[in-house]
Design a protein around this ligand. Structure first.
Ligand SMILES: [Zn+2]
Length: 447
C-alpha cells in the first residue's frame, strides 16, 4: 500500500518533517519513505491512498488506561465520596464487582472505537472485574481485535476481595501472558501482549507480591501497579505492612525496567531514587489526578533524575491528546510558571510513550521509518504558518491537538478511512452497550 501526497512528521530524534512525501506499507510494516513521485514510479502496482496534502504521523500510545471505566459514565453513585479512598469504595470497587463477561467486552469495544477516531493506535490497559476474572483479558482482546487496536493488557490482582479472587487474578495474568508469548513466537507483530497486573500496594499482601513477581520473572514480564495515587496508599501500607510503598515494592522485586508504576504523586527523595535505580517506568495522568483532587506528581523531578515518564488517561477517555493539553496547562497553572512543561510534555507524549510500549513488548512503534510497524494516522492538518521539525510542538499544542483524524492504520491495516471504520455498526454496538449498562447499574445499586 502506498500513501502519497502527504507531509510526514517522522518523529525521529530530529523531529524531521518531510513535504510532498509518500510511505509504502508492506504487510504490517513500513517498507519505504520518500518523494511521492519516486515511490509512485517504484511501486506502480500498489494499492494507493491519496493523502490530499494531509499530515501523516505515527499514531499515539496511551500507557495507562482502564477500559471498564466506561460503565461509570452517567452512573449515579450509592453514596457521595469525600476522598480518594471513598471514591474507590463507593465507585470503582463496587462497579468492578458487578461487571460480567459481556460488560467487559463492550467496555473495551467502545473506547477502542474512540481511540481509533482520536488517532490512538496502541493502549496499555489495567483491568478489574473480580466476579468475571477468568477470561476477562480475552474479552478485551476480542473487542480490540474486532476494531484492530494494539493492546498490552493485564488484570489488577488484589487481596481486597479475598484469596480466591486474588488467585484468579494471578492465574488470569499468567494464562494471558503465556497465550500472547505463544502467539508472538509465531508472529512478533501480533497485536497483543500481557504483563502482571497488581492493584496498589495497600490492597496487595506480601504473599501476593511474592507470587506475582515470581510469575512475572519466570515469564520475562514486569508488573503494572498503581503507586502513591493518594496518600492513603502510604498510610495503609505502613500500617498493614510496616514499610513505605516504594521500599516495599522494591523489596519484593515489583520495580524494574519492565514495570509500570502509575501516578507517583507522593514520592520522596528516597522513593524517586529507588525508581531511578531500578529504571521503573512511571506513568502520569493529570486529568484523573485533577478529577480525584489528589494532587500533582512532580514529573519534572522524575524526568530530571532519568526516570522514563509516560502519559496515560486512567480511564478518563481513550484520547491521549486531551490528556496532553490538560496536563500541560495544569502544571503551568499550578506552579505559576509559564515556561513549565513544554519540552517535557513533548518528550513524554511523542517519545516516551511509544518507547515504553516498545520496551515492554519489543514492538517498534512511534516513528515513520523503514521496518517500524505501520501504526499511522492521517490528520486533517494544513498548517496555516510555516511548519518544520523545529516548531512541530507549537503546531501540535495549538493546532494538531484537536485536528480531525481522517485515516488510522494499525499493523499495516486500514482501520479507519475518511472517518469511517469499516465492518462495524457503531449505533448498534452502543445500543447493546446501553442494555448491558442497565444490567450493570441495577446490580451496582442493589449491591
Ligand atoms: Zn489507574
Amino acid at each position: 500500500m502506498l500513501i502519497h501526497n502527504v507531509t510526514i512528521f517522522t518523529n525521529d530524534e530530529n523531529n524531521t518533517v518531510l513535504h510532498d512525501q509518500a510511505a509504502v506499507i508492506q504487510g504490517t510494516r513500513i517498507a519505504a519513505v520518500g518523494k511521492s513521485a519516486d515511490l509512485q514510479h517504484q511501486y506502480p502496482n500498489s494499492e494507493q491512498i491519496d493523502g490530499a496534502g494531509r499530515l501523516l504521523m505515527p499514531g499515539f500510545t496511551n500507557t495507562h488506561m482502564h477500559f471498564y471505566g466506561m460503565y461509570a459514565r452517567g452512573m449515579s453513585l450509592n453514596a457521595t465520596p469525600h476522598n480518594f479512598h471513598e471514591i474507590l469504595i463507593h465507585l470503582w470497587w463496587a462497579l468492578d464487582k458487578v461487571l460480567d463477561d459481556e460488560a467487559v467486552y463492550y467496555s473495551a469495544l467502545l473506547p477502542a472505537i474512540s481511540a481509533v477516531r482520536h488517532g490512538v493506535t496502541s493502549m496499555i490497559d489495567h483491568h478489574a472485574s473480580p466476579n468475571a476474572c477468568a477470561g476477562s483479558l480475552d474479552q478485551i482482546e476480542q473487542a480490540l481485535s474486532e476494531i484492530g487496536v494494539r493492546g498490552l493488557l493485564c488484570y489488577e490482582t488484589s487481596d481486597r476481595d479475598g484469596k480466591a479472587i486474588r488467585d484468579a487474578g494471578l492465574a488470569e495474568n499468567e494464562r494471558y501472558i503465556r497465550k500472547c508469548s505463544k502467539a508472538k513466537a509465531q508472529n512478533p507483530d501480533h497485536l497483543f501482549d500481557g504483563m502482571m497486573g497488581l492493584h496498589a500496594s495497600f490492597t496487595v499482601d506480601d504473599e501476593t507480591l511474592e507470587k506475582a513477581v515470581a510469575i512475572a520473572n519466570y515469564l520475562d514480564r514486569g508488573c503494572h501497579i498503581h503507586m502513591l495515587e493518594d496518600y492513603v496508599d502510604e498510610t495503609l501500607t505502613q500500617e498493614k505492612y510496616g514499610r513505605s510503598v516504594v521500599e516495599r515494592l522494591a523489596h519484593f522485586g515489583v520495580l524494574g525496567k519492565k514495570s509500570i508504576a502509575a501516578h507517583g504523586i507522593f514520592l520522596d527523595d528516597n522513593g524517586r531514587k529507588l525508581l531511578t535505580d531500578s529504571d521503573t517506568i512511571v506513568v502520569h495522568q493529570a486529568q484523573s489526578n485533577m478529577n480525584n483532587a489528589v494532587g500533582r506528581a512532580d514529573i519534572f523531578a522524575l524526568l530530571n533524575s532519568g526516570v522514563t515518564v509516560g502519559l496515560g488517561t486512567d480511564g478518563m477517555s481513550a484520547d491521549l491528546r486531551r490528556e496532553i493539553m490538560t496536563g500541560y496547562l495544569m502544571h503551568k497553572h499550578t506552579a505559576s510558571d509559564n515556561n513549565l512543561g513544554w519540552v517535557e510534555y513533548e518528550q513524554m507524549a511523542m517519545k516516551n510513550n511509544p518507547a515504553i510500549y516498545q520496551r515492554l513488548t519489543g514492538q517498534k512503534i512511534g516513528r515513520i521509518a523503514v521496518d517500524y510497524l505501520a501504526d499511522l494516522i492521517l490528520v486533517d492538518y494544513f498548517p496555516p504558518t510555516p511548519f518544520t521539525g523545529d516548531n512541530f510542538w507549537g503546531h501540535f499544542l495549538f493546532g494538531l491537538i484537536d485536528a480531525d483524524v481522517n485515516t488510522t492504520i494499525i499493523n499495516g491495516k486500514v482501520v479507519m478511512h475518511d472517518k469511517m471504520i469499516a465492518g462495524i455498526d457503531e449505533q448498534a454496538i452502543a445500543a447493546r452497550s446501553r442494555v448491558v449498562a442497565k444490567r450493570v447499574w441495577d446490580s451496582y445499586h442493589t449491591g
